[in-house]
Write a protein that binds this ligand. Structure first.
Ligand code: ARG
Length: 590
């Protein structure tokens, strides 16, 4: 069994073929005008050109054949030759029953177990994680879940920024402030202390000061650069202190990401690329791919037909230190060796577009990545405050991720109180619900936008239980759970049905349920979770309308009641599955 539109397309494609027309022209999609038809096929327009006939005449031939088919209750022609299709109640019912029986809701296993690396999150060690990394984490997590759902083995790699000049700034700042620390004794041999001399709070206050000091004083900046170069050579003292900074940062990050329900299979970073760099650069120089340029080693990546400037990718600067592009290229060496993935997808701010274009070109030129491996920068826009500028704290500073999550939880708690939800639950359960509502609000606010668009973050609107918000979706899911519980209490378990009674509202809901595999496919193809977010909202709305028109627990005939309970249970499964693909967990009750 496959998605309903796939089956219909094959069916109608066969009719096109019978008329000596290309089979693909039988492609069927969900109608744009649900009031007129359930599905439509626009192939007669293209067929007309091929056959040299009027589109309407072709549509008439096709419709004449389709009308004989017991699957359709109505097949008609609209306008110049659009074919409108309606299924019989029986055909739709059969499909919905098959959809319900499949664990994957008829989503194709197109991934066939092939490996993918999704590079997302990308926070920097020793710097507080800010909302700029929020989008990368939220979108990347969803992209990864969708790819896994269609059968790939997609691994999330956090690709920590842990090897750049910011680390040299921090390490040198510690050296200036604490020259007596053993890490700075250049003659020291043997082990360094196991306990970190610093906390995450130290790092959070130190980094902005170190960065300010370096940026405002060229001599101080030079020290940062030198320490960066020493670190990259793994000078023992700097490397040992760096390791402490790394561990302390990662521990704090893990907490933040767990709170967001974001998980990485690989906790690698730029520093892990270091071991691959010397061999890679040697080989690239030997192959003539990399050249010396004014003391630096670079890969020229510009092409004749370029409309804009493509500077070369710098592998080694004159001082011997490596750059962002070097670590990204060497990381591709590592990823090809370890996983030989069919795709590497970077969910990173779209302002880094030029960087990725340089890296991808260098990867192809050097044959580090073969043409059979797709390289995609799935870029995203900026999360802005209500003033239209990048989101900041009230005081104008960088909003830390954990503070944002806390703000979400506070607001969610307030909303739950206002709505009198869970007053009699334990404190623990209330806290869990508030957390889930906050996560749903924050994540859905982000995921409902086309990823390349900038969007305005408005916590008040986003935590509302009405409108296109995460909490509204949780509320609908929980409402179905509670309905099914009540039904079970009355011994009304949805039975194994062979046929569903589908009135108008049931049919509308059933058609949306049947569309799920198409939506997953689209989200997977373009790395666009927003189509799943749109779908979740549409499904919740359709359920709501079905629920207000169709009595279920009382006042329904037995057959209608069974069918409705069946649809409730299936709606809940598909809604929860959609939310899970978005990375949004649902509470048991609210
Ligand atoms: N650490 C980078 C930043 O904060 C993002 C890393 C993205 N991933 C990559 N492979 N370059 O901007």
């Amino acid at each position: 069994m496959t998605a309903l539109t796939t089956q219909l397309s094959a069916h109608i494609g066969a009719v096109f073929k019978k008329h000596n027309l290309p089979e693909e022209l039988g492609a069927v999609r969900v109608s744009d005008r649900p009031d007129l038809a359930q599905f439509q096929c626009n192939g007669a327009m293209a067929a007309a050109k091929i056959a040299g006939k009027a589109p309407r005449a072709i549509a008439e031939d096709i419709v004449a054949d389709l009308s004989q088919d017991s699957m359709f209750s109505e097949v008609s022609i609209a306008g110049p030759g659009f074919i409108n299709i309606k299924l019989t109640e029986g055909a739709l019912s059969d499909h919905i029953i098959a959809l319900n029986q499949d664990d994957h809701f008829l989503v194709d296993n197109s991934g066939k177990g092939q490996d993918i690396v999704v590079d997302y999150g990308g926070p920097n060690t020793a710097k507080p994680m800010h909302v700029g990394h929020l989008r990368a984490s939220i979108i990347g997590e969803s992209v990864k879940r969708v790819l896994n759902f269609i059968g790939y083995d997609a691994k999330g790699d956090i690709h920590l920024g842990d090897w750049g000049t910011h680390m040299g700034m921090v390490l040198s700042e510690f050296e200036i402030r604490h020259p007596e620390w053993p890490y700075f004794d250049k003659s020291k041999t043997g082990d360094f202390p196991k306990e970190p001399p610093i906390t995450i709070e130290d790092l959070e206050t130190l980094y902005p000061q170190a960065s300010q000091a370096s940026k405002s004083d060229e001599a101080r900046m030079e020290i940062s650069r030198q320490v960066t170069a020493e670190l990259q050579k793994k000078q023992p003292g700097y490397y040992a202190l760096w390791q402490h900074c790394f561990n302390v940062s990662v521990e704090a990050m893990k907490k933040n990401f767990a709170a967001l329900d974001v998980y990485f299979e690989l906790w690698l970073g730029e520093s892990n690329a270091q071991d691959y760099i010397p061999d890679m650069v040697n080989k690239l120089q030997k192959d003539g791919c990399a050249i010396e340029d004014d003391g630096a080693i670079v890969i020229p990546v510009k092409q004749d037909d370029d409309k804009k400037e493509y500077p070369p990718l710098i592998l080694y600067k004159r001082d011997g230190s490596v750059m962002y592009g070097t670590t990204d290229l060497a990381t591709l060496v590592q990823r090809m060796q370890d996983f030989n993935p069919v795709k590497v997808i970077y969910v990173v701010d779209q302002r880094q577009g030029l960087h990725f274009e340089q890296v991808f070109r260098a990867a192809r030129l050097s044959k580090i990545v073969p043409e059979t491996t797709e390289l995609t920068h799935a870029g995203f826009g900026t999360m802005n405050g209500q003033d239209g500028k990048p989101f900041k704290t009230r005081a104008g500073g960088v909003m830390k991720l954990e503070d944002l999550i806390q703000m979400g939880i506070d607001k969610a708690t307030q909303r739950l109180d206002e709505a009198n939800i869970g007053q009699d639950y334990s404190d623990e359960e209330r806290a869990d619900i508030a957390h889930k509502v906050a996560i749903a609000a924050i994540k859905f606010a982000d995921l409902q936008n086309n990823r390349s668009a900038d969007y305005i973050f408005d916590l008040d609107r986003l935590t509302s239980f009405e409108g296109k918000t995460g909490p509204y979706l949780l509320y609908q899911a929980v409402r179905i759970k509670s309905l099914l519980k009540k039904a079970a209490d009355q011994d009304l378990k949805p039975a194994q049905l062979n046929k569903l009674a589908l009135g108008e509202h049931e049919t509308n809901l059933a058609l949306i349920l049947a569309d799920f595999p198409n939506v997953v496919d689209l989200a997977a193809r373009n790395y666009t979770p927003h189509v799943l977010a749109d779908y979740a909202f549409k499904l919740a709305q359709s359920f709501s309308s079905f629920y207000s028109h169709c009595p279920i627990l009382s006042g329904a005939e037995a057959e209608a009641q069974q069918s409705r309970l069946f649809l409730c249970a299936l709606t809940l499964r598909i809604l929860e599955q959609t939310l899970e693909l978005l990375g949004i967990p649902t509470p048991e009750r609210m």
